[in-house]
Design a protein around this ligand. Sequence first.
Ligand code: KG4
Ligand code: ZN
Length: 341
Amino acid sequence: MSEPIVLGIESTCDETAAAIVQGRTLRSNVVASSMNEHARYGGVIPEIASRAHAEAFVPVVEQALADAGLELADVDAIAVSAGPGLAGCLAVGVSGAKALAYAANKPLYGINHVIGHIAVTQLQFGPFPDDTMALIVSGGHTSLLHVRDVARHVDVVGTTLDDAAGECFDKVARLLGFPYPGGPHIDRHARQGDPHAIRVPQGLTQGKAAVRHPYDFSFSGVKTAVARWIEEQQASGRDVPVDDVCASLADSVATVLARKAIRGCLANGSDTLIVGGGFSANSQLRGKLLEVGADHGVQVRIPKIGLCTDNGAMVAMLGVNLVEAGVKPSSPDFPIDSAMP
Ligand code: KG4
Ligand code: ZN
C-alpha cells in the first residue's frame, strides 16, 4: 500500500467530525459542532452532545467521503477516537465506526484522541524530528508528552493535577459573565489589560511542589485566587477591571505552560515542540511559547486553528501512522475508554 487512505471519526466531546487523509494529504475535513446548544447551560451537557452525535454521524461521514470524491469501499482503514472523552459521546462514534468497518469489511483502529492532536501536526509541518515534545492543551486536557514514535510510543512527561487550562479559563469567564466557552473572551479582553495588575499564583512553580512536579501543572488554585479577588472587589464596592483580570490570568497560565514545556524540551534533548488542542488558539500562550522557544533554540510548531481544535483529520492522520507502522487493527469488540491515559 503506497499511501494509505484512512477515514477518521471523532466524537469525544461536542464535535462530530470526519475526515479523509491519504498519506500526508488532507482530502476532506468535516466538522459539525453542538457547541451552541450547550452555551446557555455554561458547559457541555453530555446527553445533548450524545444526541447531536447520533444525528450528525451519518451526514458528516457521507460529506467527508463526498468531499474527497470517494466511496467507503475506497478507504484502506477506518480510525475512531476511543477515548478519553465523554462516555455517551464516544459510544456513538465508536458504534458507528464499528458498523461501517463491519459493513465495508475494513480494518478499524480505536485511537487515543490526545495522540491524535500530536499526529495532526504532520499535515502542516511534515514528519517529526527524533525526540519531539508535545504540549496538548484544551478544555479537557493539559499534557506534556515525549513523542518517541507517534504510532507506538509516546511518554507522559507532565500533566495537570486538577483543571485543564481551558477549563480554568472557562470557569473564570463564567464569573465574569462571559458565555460558554469563555476562553476566547478572556483572550480578547486580555489583549487590552495590564498582565501585572493582579497577582495570580503560578501553580507548582515554587518550593517542594516545583521540585516534585517539574513538568506538571495545577490551575485550580489560579481560578480560586482570581475568584476570591473578584469577590473582594465586589464586597468593597469597587468595579472589577475585567481587562486587567483577564490579562493577569492569561499571563500567569501562558507563562507556566510555556516555561515548563520549553524546560521539558531541554531536559529531554528535544529542539522541537508541537502544540495542539483548542487552547492553543490562545494568543497569550502562542506569544509566550514563541518567545521562550526562541530564547532557548526550540522550534515551536503550532498548527492553524482548524487543526488545533477537535477534528477528524487528527484521527485519520494517526490512523495513517498506525497503518504505515504495521500496527494490528483493534479487535471488533474493543471498548470505549472515557478515562484513557
Ligand atoms: O480542544 P477543544 O476544542 O475542546 C476540548 O476541550 O477538547 O478546546 C476547547 C477549549 C475551551 O476550554 C475553550 O475555552 C478554549 O479551548 N479556547 C481558548 C481559546 N480558544 C479556545 N482559551 C483561551 N483562548 C482562546 N483563544
Ligand atoms: Zn481535543
